[in-house]
Design a protein around this ligand. Sequence first.
Ligand code: ATP
Ligand code: MG
Ligand code: MG
Length: 380
Amino acid sequence: QPVLGVLGGGQLARMLAIAGAPLGVQSLVVDSSSDACAGQVAPLVVADWHDHAALGEFAAKVDVVTFDFENVPADTAHWLAERVSVFPNPRALAAAQDRLAEKTLFRECGLATPEFVPVDTRADLDRALAVTGAPAILKTRRLGYDGKGQFRLRSADDADAAWAALGAQAAAHGLILEAFVPFERELSVLAVRGRDGEFRTWPLTRNWHTDGVLSLSLAPAPDIDALQPRAAALARTLAERLDYVGVFALELFVKDGELLGNEMAPRVHNSGHWTIEGAHTSQFENHVRAVLGLPLGDTGARGASLMFNWIGELPDPAPLLRTVDGHWHDYGKRARPGRKVGHATVCAPDASTLLERAEALAQVIGWEQPVAAVREAVGI
Ligand code: ATP
Ligand code: MG
Ligand code: MG
């Protein structure tokens, strides 16, 4: 039985382990916390990223190592790669960990980005604002997620407030100022590349964020006939440039009908959770297949799907469980404000049936945001 090693024990590791089981794949997960939620479904090694004794033992037990957590230190990824196969490779991981390297790479691959300028000092911020104009977003180059480590500037008058919020992190992580894009839509493309270079994408997903956190995904995104081949070609160029193996997500803004690259996640991604029930092969299964060198599965959608994140705490699942083709995912995490604790996916043969199912849920559990989003996206 092949053994998959996963660095990080959150819900992504948990769903990878669950997807691996029918393939006969055992998972072994590393996390610094003994109550990491993947530990409920797979054996857990409790260790930090520089515990070479524990990581050495872990490496000896697994056939391949992959990531649930994209901010595993680069030196840890390199150290492991000297002992065991690591996919995606540490170079790809490093490119995705630094917003400056990532956006530079996007441009080299022909993917336009919002205007950006690196910022290391308070004076840099003024110079950068002159380039991007306002509004703009100041972000830490490293370690940000779920909109953390970001400050939105409405005008140049907000520069002092932005520096007060993030200036202290300039030395350790570096900062980047980006022009704020008044996008028409936010999309992501989930892609997978096998060890042999075989490449596939799932249909583009439309995403909605609330306070910088993904709240809702609709797939396939409506009106993507022109965008799908462009997004797929860009994702392929990126993957080949990085010699990437596994699943990744490319987050995109659509502005004036053109694609702009926001960031890439070098792992399975929240906007791909709908693929568990809504696609012929889920992102989790295809990631396991890819990193173990198995043939990839069909990435086509079965119909239309709507994924909704539960942040902070979970409601009563009964109404969702009663919904036709409604699916519930409880990550087994303790409730905490701002924390992703679970998600729900509703699938349907087509978008109008999906809207009916979301409307029925709105009556019982207040699914106003999903209903409004699907209605706007589909134009019904
Ligand atoms: P994730 O949890 O996806 O890793 P993150 O913390 O890395 O998020 P981003 O993806 O950079 O953050 O930003 C979060 C969200 O904020 C984006 O999905 C988008 O909705 C909005 N956003 C970020 N950058 C810009 C921008 N330059 N213009 C407009 N909106 C933006
Ligand atoms: Mg991110
Ligand atoms: Mg993002």
